[in-house]
Write a protein that binds this ligand. Sequence first.
Ligand SMILES: O=C[C@H](O)[C@H](O)COP(=O)(O)O
Ligand SMILES: C=C(OP(=O)(O)O)C(=O)O
Length: 468
Amino acid sequence: MTIAAQPTHSPTPTRGGPGTDAPSEAMARELDAFRRLPALQQPVWPDRAALEAVATRLGEAAPLVLPADADTLRSRLAAAGRGEAFVLQGGDCAEIFAEASATRIRNKIRTILQMAVILTHGASTPVVKIGRLAGQYAKPRSSDDETRDGVTLPAYRGDMINGFEFTPQARTPDPRRLEQAYRISAATANVVRAFTQGGYADLRQVHEWNRGFMRNPAYARYERTAAEIDRAIRFMQACGADFDALRTVELYLSHEALVLDYERALTRVDSRTGHAYDTSAHFLWIGERTRQLEGAHVDFLARVANPIGVKLGPTTTPDDALALAARINPDNLPGRLTFVARMGAGKVRDVLPGLVEKVTAAGVSVTWVTDPMHGNTITSGTGYKTRRFADVLDEVQGFFEVHRALGTVPGGLHMELTGDDVTEVLGGAEAIDEAGLARRYETLVDPRLNHQQSLETAFLVAEMLRAR
Ligand SMILES: O=C[C@H](O)[C@H](O)COP(=O)(O)O
Ligand SMILES: C=C(OP(=O)(O)O)C(=O)O
Protein backbone atom coordinates (compact mmCIF):
# COMPACT_ATOMS: atom_id res chain seq x y z
CA MET A 1 0.00 0.00 0.00
CA THR A 2 1.51 3.32 -1.00
CA ILE A 3 -0.30 5.72 1.26
CA ALA A 4 1.87 7.24 3.94
CA ALA A 5 -0.50 7.00 6.88
CA GLN A 6 0.89 9.28 9.50
CA PRO A 7 -0.05 8.46 13.05
CA THR A 8 -2.33 10.98 14.67
CA HIS A 9 -0.31 13.22 16.86
CA SER A 10 -1.23 13.38 20.48
CA PRO A 11 1.51 15.09 22.40
CA THR A 12 2.75 12.65 24.96
CA PRO A 13 5.69 12.59 27.26
CA THR A 14 5.73 8.80 27.13
CA ARG A 15 6.28 8.40 23.40
CA GLY A 16 9.05 5.89 22.88
CA GLY A 17 10.49 4.40 19.72
CA PRO A 18 8.16 4.71 16.78
CA GLY A 19 8.42 1.08 15.73
CA THR A 20 5.63 -1.37 15.18
CA ASP A 21 6.24 -4.82 13.76
CA ALA A 22 4.12 -7.57 12.30
CA PRO A 23 3.20 -10.15 14.95
CA SER A 24 5.44 -13.20 15.17
CA GLU A 25 3.93 -16.52 14.10
CA ALA A 26 3.28 -17.54 17.69
CA MET A 27 1.60 -14.24 18.52
CA ALA A 28 -0.38 -14.33 15.26
CA ARG A 29 -1.77 -17.72 16.29
CA GLU A 30 -2.99 -16.23 19.58
CA LEU A 31 -4.45 -13.16 17.92
CA ASP A 32 -6.25 -15.43 15.45
CA ALA A 33 -7.92 -17.51 18.17
CA PHE A 34 -11.09 -15.47 17.59
CA ARG A 35 -11.50 -17.14 14.19
CA ARG A 36 -12.63 -20.35 15.88
CA LEU A 37 -15.30 -18.56 17.95
CA PRO A 38 -18.77 -17.32 17.04
CA ALA A 39 -18.52 -13.81 15.60
CA LEU A 40 -21.82 -11.96 15.38
CA GLN A 41 -22.59 -9.10 13.00
CA GLN A 42 -19.88 -10.01 10.47
CA PRO A 43 -20.44 -9.35 6.77
CA VAL A 44 -20.82 -12.35 4.52
CA TRP A 45 -18.02 -11.60 2.04
CA PRO A 46 -18.87 -13.31 -1.24
CA ASP A 47 -15.27 -13.35 -2.43
CA ARG A 48 -13.00 -14.85 0.26
CA ALA A 49 -9.90 -14.69 -1.94
CA ALA A 50 -10.39 -10.95 -2.42
CA LEU A 51 -10.82 -10.54 1.34
CA GLU A 52 -7.60 -12.38 2.04
CA ALA A 53 -5.68 -10.30 -0.49
CA VAL A 54 -6.98 -7.09 1.12
CA ALA A 55 -6.14 -8.36 4.62
CA THR A 56 -2.59 -9.13 3.48
CA ARG A 57 -2.13 -5.62 2.08
CA LEU A 58 -3.59 -4.02 5.21
CA GLY A 59 -1.29 -6.20 7.28
CA GLU A 60 1.66 -4.49 5.60
CA ALA A 61 0.26 -0.96 5.77
CA ALA A 62 1.41 1.79 8.11
CA PRO A 63 -0.33 1.96 11.48
CA LEU A 64 -2.99 4.66 11.86
CA VAL A 65 -2.07 5.38 15.48
CA LEU A 66 0.97 4.75 17.65
CA PRO A 67 0.88 2.36 20.61
CA ALA A 68 2.53 4.98 22.82
CA ASP A 69 -0.40 7.33 22.21
CA ALA A 70 -2.88 4.57 23.05
CA ASP A 71 -0.96 4.13 26.32
CA THR A 72 -1.24 7.84 27.05
CA LEU A 73 -4.97 7.65 26.48
CA ARG A 74 -5.13 4.72 28.89
CA SER A 75 -3.56 6.87 31.58
CA ARG A 76 -6.05 9.67 30.82
CA LEU A 77 -8.94 7.22 31.12
CA ALA A 78 -7.53 5.98 34.41
CA ALA A 79 -7.61 9.60 35.66
CA ALA A 80 -11.25 9.85 34.54
CA GLY A 81 -12.02 6.67 36.47
CA ARG A 82 -10.67 8.35 39.62
CA GLY A 83 -12.64 11.56 39.02
CA GLU A 84 -9.52 13.52 38.03
CA ALA A 85 -10.70 14.01 34.43
CA PHE A 86 -13.91 13.64 32.43
CA VAL A 87 -14.29 11.82 29.11
CA LEU A 88 -16.08 13.30 26.12
CA GLN A 89 -16.40 10.78 23.29
CA GLY A 90 -18.44 11.89 20.32
CA GLY A 91 -19.00 11.80 16.61
CA ASP A 92 -21.12 10.30 13.90
CA CYS A 93 -23.21 7.21 14.27
CA ALA A 94 -21.67 6.08 10.99
CA GLU A 95 -19.02 8.01 9.13
CA ILE A 96 -19.56 8.19 5.38
CA PHE A 97 -16.72 8.01 2.82
CA ALA A 98 -18.25 10.77 0.71
CA GLU A 99 -18.46 13.09 3.71
CA ALA A 100 -14.82 12.93 4.79
CA SER A 101 -14.22 16.49 3.66
CA ALA A 102 -12.04 18.90 5.62
CA THR A 103 -15.08 21.10 6.29
CA ARG A 104 -17.22 18.34 7.77
CA ILE A 105 -14.33 16.98 9.84
CA ARG A 106 -13.53 20.49 11.06
CA ASN A 107 -17.16 21.03 12.09
CA LYS A 108 -17.09 17.85 14.16
CA ILE A 109 -13.79 18.76 15.80
CA ARG A 110 -15.06 22.26 16.50
CA THR A 111 -18.17 20.87 18.19
CA ILE A 112 -16.12 18.52 20.38
CA LEU A 113 -13.72 21.34 21.33
CA GLN A 114 -16.57 23.70 22.15
CA MET A 115 -18.25 21.08 24.32
CA ALA A 116 -14.96 20.28 25.99
CA VAL A 117 -14.39 23.89 27.10
CA ILE A 118 -17.84 24.01 28.69
CA LEU A 119 -17.38 20.63 30.37
CA THR A 120 -13.88 21.47 31.59
CA HIS A 121 -15.35 24.41 33.40
CA GLY A 122 -18.19 22.33 34.85
CA ALA A 123 -15.96 19.47 35.96
CA SER A 124 -12.99 21.63 37.03
CA THR A 125 -10.86 18.82 35.63
CA PRO A 126 -9.34 18.14 32.20
CA VAL A 127 -11.64 16.70 29.54
CA VAL A 128 -10.33 13.69 27.65
CA LYS A 129 -11.48 14.20 24.06
CA ILE A 130 -12.13 11.15 21.89
CA GLY A 131 -13.71 11.28 18.44
CA ARG A 132 -15.89 8.59 16.94
CA LEU A 133 -13.71 9.43 14.00
CA ALA A 134 -11.37 7.99 11.37
CA GLY A 135 -12.74 4.46 11.44
CA GLN A 136 -16.41 4.49 12.51
CA TYR A 137 -17.40 2.85 9.23
CA ALA A 138 -19.14 -0.37 10.32
CA LYS A 139 -22.52 -0.81 11.97
CA PRO A 140 -24.18 -3.70 13.76
CA ARG A 141 -27.78 -4.04 12.55
CA SER A 142 -30.98 -5.38 14.11
CA SER A 143 -31.83 -7.19 10.90
CA ASP A 144 -29.58 -8.75 8.25
CA ASP A 145 -31.92 -7.64 5.46
CA GLU A 146 -33.97 -4.70 4.37
CA THR A 147 -37.14 -4.95 2.29
CA ARG A 148 -38.46 -2.14 0.12
CA ASP A 149 -41.48 -2.51 -2.14
CA GLY A 150 -41.26 -6.29 -1.96
CA VAL A 151 -37.53 -6.39 -2.77
CA THR A 152 -35.20 -7.78 -0.06
CA LEU A 153 -31.48 -6.97 -0.01
CA PRO A 154 -28.73 -7.16 2.63
CA ALA A 155 -28.98 -4.35 5.20
CA TYR A 156 -26.56 -1.44 4.91
CA ARG A 157 -23.75 -2.19 7.40
CA GLY A 158 -21.58 0.86 7.00
CA ASP A 159 -19.32 2.16 4.23
CA MET A 160 -16.54 -0.24 5.25
CA ILE A 161 -18.77 -3.13 4.15
CA ASN A 162 -21.36 -2.13 1.56
CA GLY A 163 -23.08 0.86 -0.04
CA PHE A 164 -26.29 2.52 1.15
CA GLU A 165 -27.87 2.64 -2.30
CA PHE A 166 -30.68 0.07 -2.51
CA THR A 167 -29.32 -2.05 -5.36
CA PRO A 168 -27.99 -5.62 -5.26
CA GLN A 169 -24.59 -4.39 -6.39
CA ALA A 170 -24.21 -1.69 -3.74
CA ARG A 171 -25.52 -3.86 -0.92
CA THR A 172 -23.18 -6.79 -1.63
CA PRO A 173 -20.28 -6.68 0.87
CA ASP A 174 -17.08 -5.72 -0.95
CA PRO A 175 -13.72 -6.26 0.80
CA ARG A 176 -12.09 -3.49 -1.24
CA ARG A 177 -14.09 -1.17 1.00
CA LEU A 178 -11.86 -2.18 3.93
CA GLU A 179 -8.90 -0.64 2.12
CA GLN A 180 -10.92 2.44 1.27
CA ALA A 181 -11.86 2.75 4.95
CA TYR A 182 -8.18 2.56 5.87
CA ARG A 183 -7.15 5.23 3.36
CA ILE A 184 -9.96 7.61 4.26
CA SER A 185 -9.28 7.06 7.96
CA ALA A 186 -5.61 7.96 7.35
CA ALA A 187 -6.66 11.14 5.54
CA THR A 188 -9.14 11.99 8.31
CA ALA A 189 -6.44 11.46 10.94
CA ASN A 190 -4.22 13.88 9.04
CA VAL A 191 -6.96 16.53 9.06
CA VAL A 192 -7.55 15.93 12.77
CA ARG A 193 -3.86 16.44 13.43
CA ALA A 194 -3.75 19.62 11.39
CA PHE A 195 -6.71 21.13 13.23
CA THR A 196 -5.69 20.07 16.72
CA GLN A 197 -2.04 21.07 16.40
CA GLY A 198 -2.23 24.09 14.14
CA GLY A 199 -3.78 26.76 16.37
CA TYR A 200 -7.42 26.04 15.47
CA ALA A 201 -7.96 24.67 18.98
CA ASP A 202 -6.81 27.88 20.70
CA LEU A 203 -8.85 28.20 23.89
CA ARG A 204 -9.64 31.89 23.24
CA GLN A 205 -10.97 31.06 19.80
CA VAL A 206 -13.09 28.17 21.04
CA HIS A 207 -14.54 30.40 23.74
CA GLU A 208 -15.31 33.03 21.11
CA TRP A 209 -17.33 30.43 19.14
CA ASN A 210 -19.25 29.61 22.32
CA ARG A 211 -20.04 33.30 22.75
CA GLY A 212 -21.47 33.23 19.22
CA PHE A 213 -23.74 30.36 20.26
CA MET A 214 -24.93 32.38 23.28
CA ARG A 215 -26.11 35.24 21.07
CA ASN A 216 -29.16 33.14 20.16
CA PRO A 217 -31.87 34.07 22.74
CA ALA A 218 -32.95 30.39 22.85
CA TYR A 219 -29.87 29.73 24.97
CA ALA A 220 -30.27 32.55 27.52
CA ARG A 221 -30.51 29.94 30.28
CA TYR A 222 -26.79 29.21 29.87
CA GLU A 223 -25.74 32.84 30.16
CA ARG A 224 -24.44 32.39 33.70
CA THR A 225 -22.12 29.50 32.84
CA ALA A 226 -20.85 31.32 29.75
CA ALA A 227 -20.16 34.43 31.81
CA GLU A 228 -18.27 32.36 34.39
CA ILE A 229 -16.08 30.82 31.67
CA ASP A 230 -15.48 34.30 30.30
CA ARG A 231 -14.37 35.52 33.72
CA ALA A 232 -12.12 32.49 34.17
CA ILE A 233 -10.38 33.18 30.86
CA ARG A 234 -9.91 36.85 31.71
CA PHE A 235 -8.52 35.79 35.09
CA MET A 236 -6.05 33.44 33.37
CA GLN A 237 -5.08 36.25 31.02
CA ALA A 238 -4.54 38.64 33.92
CA CYS A 239 -2.31 36.06 35.63
CA GLY A 240 -0.19 35.91 32.49
CA ALA A 241 -1.25 32.39 31.40
CA ASP A 242 0.62 31.29 28.30
CA PHE A 243 -2.27 30.82 25.88
CA ASP A 244 0.12 29.93 23.10
CA ALA A 245 1.04 26.83 25.07
CA LEU A 246 -2.67 25.91 25.03
CA ARG A 247 -3.00 26.09 21.26
CA THR A 248 -2.75 22.35 20.77
CA VAL A 249 -5.07 19.72 22.16
CA GLU A 250 -5.10 15.95 22.40
CA LEU A 251 -7.93 14.40 20.41
CA TYR A 252 -7.92 10.63 20.30
CA LEU A 253 -9.51 8.37 17.70
CA SER A 254 -12.02 5.60 18.34
CA HIS A 255 -14.56 3.36 16.68
CA GLU A 256 -16.53 0.19 17.32
CA ALA A 257 -14.25 -2.79 16.67
CA LEU A 258 -16.86 -4.65 14.68
CA VAL A 259 -15.29 -6.06 11.52
CA LEU A 260 -12.66 -8.35 12.93
CA ASP A 261 -10.89 -8.93 9.61
CA TYR A 262 -10.09 -5.20 9.50
CA GLU A 263 -9.07 -4.92 13.16
CA ARG A 264 -6.87 -8.00 13.01
CA ALA A 265 -5.15 -6.82 9.82
CA LEU A 266 -4.16 -3.54 11.48
CA THR A 267 -2.78 -5.18 14.61
CA ARG A 268 0.94 -4.70 15.17
CA VAL A 269 3.49 -5.43 17.84
CA ASP A 270 4.82 -2.43 19.73
CA SER A 271 8.58 -2.60 19.48
CA ARG A 272 8.96 -0.92 22.92
CA THR A 273 7.01 -3.47 24.89
CA GLY A 274 6.37 -6.48 22.66
CA HIS A 275 2.61 -6.11 23.20
CA ALA A 276 0.06 -6.27 20.39
CA TYR A 277 -1.94 -3.11 19.64
CA ASP A 278 -4.82 -2.65 17.24
CA THR A 279 -3.40 0.37 15.41
CA SER A 280 -6.68 1.25 13.66
CA ALA A 281 -7.53 3.59 16.58
CA HIS A 282 -6.40 4.57 20.05
CA PHE A 283 -9.61 3.32 21.70
CA LEU A 284 -11.81 0.49 20.45
CA TRP A 285 -15.12 -0.53 21.87
CA ILE A 286 -17.16 -3.72 21.79
CA GLY A 287 -20.82 -3.10 20.98
CA GLU A 288 -23.86 -4.22 22.94
CA ARG A 289 -24.64 -6.84 20.28
CA THR A 290 -21.16 -8.43 20.22
CA ARG A 291 -20.08 -8.51 23.88
CA GLN A 292 -20.68 -12.28 24.39
CA LEU A 293 -18.12 -13.62 26.82
CA GLU A 294 -17.32 -16.61 24.64
CA GLY A 295 -17.56 -14.64 21.41
CA ALA A 296 -14.91 -13.61 18.90
CA HIS A 297 -14.98 -9.86 19.69
CA VAL A 298 -14.23 -10.25 23.39
CA ASP A 299 -11.52 -12.80 22.65
CA PHE A 300 -9.75 -10.60 20.10
CA LEU A 301 -9.95 -7.34 22.04
CA ALA A 302 -8.79 -9.02 25.23
CA ARG A 303 -5.53 -9.75 23.37
CA VAL A 304 -4.64 -6.20 22.29
CA ALA A 305 -3.25 -3.62 24.70
CA ASN A 306 -5.33 -0.57 23.65
CA PRO A 307 -7.80 0.87 26.13
CA ILE A 308 -11.06 -0.98 25.48
CA GLY A 309 -14.70 0.00 25.98
CA VAL A 310 -17.65 -2.32 26.33
CA LYS A 311 -21.22 -1.15 25.82
CA LEU A 312 -23.57 -2.40 28.51
CA GLY A 313 -27.28 -2.44 27.71
CA PRO A 314 -30.21 -2.95 30.11
CA THR A 315 -30.05 -6.77 30.05
CA THR A 316 -26.50 -6.81 31.47
CA THR A 317 -26.24 -8.58 34.82
CA PRO A 318 -23.66 -7.72 37.49
CA ASP A 319 -22.07 -11.12 36.88
CA ASP A 320 -21.78 -10.32 33.15
CA ALA A 321 -19.95 -7.11 34.01
CA LEU A 322 -17.57 -8.88 36.38
CA ALA A 323 -16.86 -11.63 33.88
CA LEU A 324 -16.15 -9.12 31.11
CA ALA A 325 -13.78 -7.23 33.37
CA ALA A 326 -11.95 -10.42 34.31
CA ARG A 327 -11.58 -11.38 30.66
CA ILE A 328 -10.57 -8.02 29.25
CA ASN A 329 -8.63 -6.62 32.18
CA PRO A 330 -7.26 -9.58 34.17
CA ASP A 331 -4.47 -7.42 35.62
CA ASN A 332 -7.01 -4.80 36.78
CA LEU A 333 -5.03 -2.04 35.10
CA PRO A 334 -6.65 1.40 35.62
CA GLY A 335 -7.83 2.90 32.32
CA ARG A 336 -7.71 -0.37 30.41
CA LEU A 337 -11.47 -0.96 30.65
CA THR A 338 -14.30 1.52 30.18
CA PHE A 339 -17.90 0.41 30.67
CA VAL A 340 -20.20 2.47 28.50
CA ALA A 341 -23.67 2.14 30.01
CA ARG A 342 -26.52 2.61 27.49
CA MET A 343 -29.57 1.62 29.45
CA GLY A 344 -32.27 4.01 28.29
CA ALA A 345 -33.67 6.85 30.36
CA GLY A 346 -36.41 4.62 31.79
CA LYS A 347 -34.01 1.92 33.02
CA VAL A 348 -30.74 3.56 34.01
CA ARG A 349 -31.84 4.24 37.59
CA ASP A 350 -32.97 0.62 38.05
CA VAL A 351 -30.28 -1.38 36.25
CA LEU A 352 -27.07 0.62 36.63
CA PRO A 353 -26.83 0.63 40.47
CA GLY A 354 -26.58 -3.18 40.66
CA LEU A 355 -23.75 -3.20 38.13
CA VAL A 356 -21.77 -0.36 39.69
CA GLU A 357 -22.23 -1.74 43.17
CA LYS A 358 -20.99 -5.23 42.37
CA VAL A 359 -18.08 -4.04 40.22
CA THR A 360 -17.01 -1.57 42.90
CA ALA A 361 -17.35 -4.10 45.72
CA ALA A 362 -15.14 -6.51 43.77
CA GLY A 363 -12.41 -3.86 43.56
CA VAL A 364 -12.55 -3.89 39.77
CA SER A 365 -10.95 -0.89 38.09
CA VAL A 366 -13.38 0.57 35.55
CA THR A 367 -14.06 3.98 34.04
CA TRP A 368 -17.83 4.47 33.88
CA VAL A 369 -19.17 6.42 30.91
CA THR A 370 -22.78 7.06 29.89
CA ASP A 371 -24.05 6.66 26.33
CA PRO A 372 -27.49 8.29 26.54
CA MET A 373 -28.21 7.72 22.85
CA HIS A 374 -28.55 4.02 22.14
CA GLY A 375 -31.15 3.12 24.75
CA ASN A 376 -33.44 5.95 23.71
CA THR A 377 -34.17 5.32 20.05
CA ILE A 378 -37.80 5.67 18.92
CA THR A 379 -39.66 5.94 15.62
CA SER A 380 -41.49 9.22 15.06
CA GLY A 381 -45.08 9.30 13.88
CA THR A 382 -43.63 10.43 10.56
CA GLY A 383 -41.48 7.29 10.31
CA TYR A 384 -38.05 8.67 11.25
CA LYS A 385 -35.66 6.82 13.55
CA THR A 386 -35.13 9.48 16.19
CA ARG A 387 -34.51 10.27 19.86
CA ARG A 388 -35.96 12.81 22.26
CA PHE A 389 -33.42 15.33 23.51
CA ALA A 390 -35.22 15.22 26.89
CA ASP A 391 -34.65 11.44 27.14
CA VAL A 392 -30.97 11.84 26.31
CA LEU A 393 -30.61 14.40 29.09
CA ASP A 394 -32.65 12.33 31.51
CA GLU A 395 -30.38 9.33 31.03
CA VAL A 396 -27.29 11.46 31.73
CA GLN A 397 -29.03 12.84 34.83
CA GLY A 398 -29.88 9.28 35.95
CA PHE A 399 -26.26 8.22 35.42
CA PHE A 400 -25.05 11.05 37.67
CA GLU A 401 -27.71 10.29 40.30
CA VAL A 402 -26.70 6.62 40.46
CA HIS A 403 -23.04 7.46 40.94
CA ARG A 404 -23.78 10.14 43.49
CA ALA A 405 -25.91 7.73 45.52
CA LEU A 406 -23.17 5.09 45.47
CA GLY A 407 -20.25 7.45 46.00
CA THR A 408 -18.67 6.31 42.72
CA VAL A 409 -17.36 8.30 39.77
CA PRO A 410 -19.40 9.27 36.68
CA GLY A 411 -16.44 9.37 34.31
CA GLY A 412 -17.74 10.63 31.01
CA LEU A 413 -20.14 11.01 28.15
CA HIS A 414 -20.40 9.08 24.85
CA MET A 415 -22.54 10.87 22.24
CA GLU A 416 -23.63 10.55 18.63
CA LEU A 417 -23.30 14.06 17.30
CA THR A 418 -22.35 16.07 14.28
CA GLY A 419 -21.05 19.57 13.71
CA ASP A 420 -23.73 20.24 11.13
CA ASP A 421 -27.16 21.73 11.42
CA VAL A 422 -29.12 18.51 10.89
CA THR A 423 -32.61 17.77 12.26
CA GLU A 424 -32.49 14.21 13.52
CA VAL A 425 -33.21 14.45 17.29
CA LEU A 426 -36.50 15.85 18.65
CA GLY A 427 -36.48 18.83 21.02
CA GLY A 428 -33.73 21.01 22.42
CA ALA A 429 -34.10 24.76 22.91
CA GLU A 430 -34.84 25.15 19.21
CA ALA A 431 -37.70 22.66 19.65
CA ILE A 432 -37.32 20.38 16.61
CA ASP A 433 -40.70 18.68 16.26
CA GLU A 434 -41.85 15.68 14.24
CA ALA A 435 -42.57 17.78 11.16
CA GLY A 436 -39.16 19.46 11.53
CA LEU A 437 -37.27 16.15 11.30
CA ALA A 438 -37.81 16.12 7.53
CA ARG A 439 -35.96 19.42 7.09
CA ARG A 440 -32.48 17.97 7.21
CA TYR A 441 -32.44 14.32 8.20
CA GLU A 442 -29.14 12.99 6.82
CA THR A 443 -27.94 10.10 8.95
CA LEU A 444 -27.84 6.71 7.27
CA VAL A 445 -28.39 4.79 10.51
CA ASP A 446 -28.96 6.53 13.88
CA PRO A 447 -30.02 10.11 14.69
CA ARG A 448 -27.31 12.51 15.91
CA LEU A 449 -27.43 15.65 18.00
CA ASN A 450 -26.82 18.66 15.78
CA HIS A 451 -24.28 21.38 16.56
CA GLN A 452 -26.67 23.44 18.72
CA GLN A 453 -28.07 20.43 20.59
CA SER A 454 -24.53 19.24 21.30
CA LEU A 455 -23.54 22.56 22.86
CA GLU A 456 -26.76 22.67 24.81
CA THR A 457 -25.98 19.19 26.15
CA ALA A 458 -22.55 20.39 27.22
CA PHE A 459 -24.04 23.31 29.18
CA LEU A 460 -26.59 21.06 30.89
CA VAL A 461 -24.02 18.39 31.71
CA ALA A 462 -21.65 21.09 33.00
CA GLU A 463 -24.36 21.99 35.53
CA MET A 464 -24.59 18.33 36.57
CA LEU A 465 -20.81 18.08 36.79
CA ARG A 466 -20.60 21.01 39.12
CA ALA A 467 -22.63 18.98 41.58
CA ARG A 468 -20.35 15.95 41.12
O1 LIG B 1 -25.98 2.96 16.17
C1 LIG B 1 -26.35 1.86 16.03
C2 LIG B 1 -27.67 1.33 15.73
O2 LIG B 1 -28.49 1.42 16.83
C3 LIG B 1 -27.49 -0.05 15.33
O3 LIG B 1 -26.60 -0.05 14.27
C4 LIG B 1 -28.77 -0.77 14.98
O4 LIG B 1 -29.53 -0.08 14.10
P1 LIG B 1 -30.82 -0.74 13.45
O5 LIG B 1 -31.74 -1.14 14.57
O6 LIG B 1 -31.40 0.37 12.61
O7 LIG B 1 -30.38 -1.89 12.64
C1 LIG C 1 -24.19 0.51 17.79
C2 LIG C 1 -23.75 1.32 18.74
O1 LIG C 1 -24.02 1.19 20.04
P1 LIG C 1 -24.56 -0.05 20.85
O2 LIG C 1 -23.61 -1.16 20.63
O3 LIG C 1 -24.55 0.46 22.25
O4 LIG C 1 -25.93 -0.35 20.36
C3 LIG C 1 -22.91 2.49 18.47
O5 LIG C 1 -22.39 3.10 19.40
O6 LIG C 1 -22.77 2.83 17.29
